[in-house]
Design a protein around this ligand. Structure first.
Ligand code: SF4
Ligand code: SF4
Length: 368
């Protein structure tokens, strides 16, 4: 456990699946140097396979006795998908536009597919996912090199690349599959919650850029903060798959505000919920029922009286209503603990003795 814990809340009723967050993260951190296949932030369609493929079935986390369960390390080519590019130069020579590999899988391969029958009860929703910066991280427990650490000042979970030897136990131990192997430098890497931005009082890039304004960032113990109010006061923000036992610190407002279902004659079934509550229970636990009731009650109150602190919070009028970060806190902490700034990892290992050419990404079937 850390002294304090930063957390993110994502309101799934507002996510439009635009992937702006994904692009913000990718351009900031993972478009180079062996990270091309990684999505530290991804937005997947539920129900769907997710990213990596069927991650909820790959194991990791802790059993009810608190024992670590090592799961599977996904295959880069078949479970994440080899990144591909297009022959844009060839277009000028009259070639047909085509990918430079034969794609077989990738993030959002099954985007927007959903379940049910159109138009009666079909549904899907988006789940944006980053590392949960867990309070009991499976990745950290699984690492035999003690290369993963959780910062005392904010609970951010980071990999010490000087210690990491690329054994990949962390990937097997993380039930969310949110830590990745970099085949170019033979080390594991993951979301760093944009700590260089956070220390300057700025939110992570995914949260800053979010078009739907669904993301709130702040400390869990900050009682005046939006995160505290959504998680602790109103209890409408819940962790994803808390049954994995890692105590995640990303919370979700469940997607309860979908249109009602239609009967066989196309009439509205009053009081029906298009997104099945049993699916939401699988993701967010039994607490989802109380959260859904609170959301409905507060929405009704807002309609009838014009007042609701919760609805105002969720509307998120301004960035000030979404982020509670303080560069002064970090500066004071660093001074009082004589901390050196953590080096950004980008270039440190790229020309090292373990650096490899990215033959790993050469497709088995040759070029398309
Ligand atoms: S989500 Fe996975 S990678 Fe992130 S802290 Fe938790 S166990 Fe580690
Ligand atoms: S930017 Fe926001 S609204 Fe768009 S996909 Fe990401 S989380 Fe959803």
């Amino acid at each position: 456990m850390s002294q304090r814990q930063l957390a993110m809340v994502m309101d799934l009723n507002k996510c439009i699946g635009c992937q702006t967050c994904t692009v913000a993260c990718k351009t900031q951190w993972t478009n180079r140097n062996g990270r091309e296949y990684m999505y530290w932030n991804n937005v997947e369609t539920y129900p769907g396979s997710g990213y990596p493929k069927k991650w909820m079935e790959l194991g990791g986390g802790f059993d009810t006795a608190g024992d670590l369960q090592l799961g599977v390390v996904p295959n880069i080519a078949s479970d994440y998908g080899v990144p591909w590019d297009y022959n844009f130069e060839g277009l000028a020579k009259g070639e047909q536009l085509k990918p430079d590999v034969t794609p077989t899988w990738g993030p959002n391969w099954d985007e927007d597919e959903g379940a049910g029958n159109f138009p009666n009860d079909n549904y899907f929703f988006y789940i944006p996912r980053i590392c949960n910066h867990c309070s009991n991280p499976g990745c950290l427990s699984a690492c035999p090199r003690d290369a993963i650490f959780k910062r005392d000042q904010d609970g951010v979970v980071l990999v010490d690349l000087d210690r990491c030897q690329g054994y990949r136990y962390c990937i097997a131990g993380c039930p969310y599959k949110k830590i990745y192997f970099n085949p170019k430098i033979s080390k594991s890497e993951k979301c760093i919650l944009c700590f260089p931005r956070i220390e300057k009082g700025l939110p992570p890039a995914c949260a800053q850029q979010c078009v739907g304004r669904i993301r709130f960032v702040g400390f869990l113990d900050d009682e005046d903060g939006q995160v505290y109010k959504l998680v602790t006061k109103y209890k409408v923000a819940l962790p994803l798959r808390s049954d994995y036992g890692t105590v995640p610190n990303v919370y979700y407002v469940p997607p309860t505000e979908a249109p009602p279902k239609f009967d066989a004659h196309g009439k509205i079934i009053e009081g029906s919920t298009r997104v099945p509550m049993e699916e939401l229970e699988k993701l967010f636990g039994k607490e989802v029922h109380a959260a859904a009731k609170t959301l409905k009650d507060e929405m009704k109150k807002r309609k009838e009286t014009g007042e609701s602190e919760l609805m105002d919070l969720l509307i998120a009028y301004k960035h000030d209503d979404m982020f509670r970060l303080d560069s002064g806190y970090y500066a004071d902490y660093a001074k009082s603990h004589s901390l050196e700034p953590i080096k950004i990892v980008d270039e440190r290992y790229i020309n090292g003795k373990f650096t490899k050419e990215m033959k790993f990404f050469a497709p088995k079937g040759g070029h398309a």
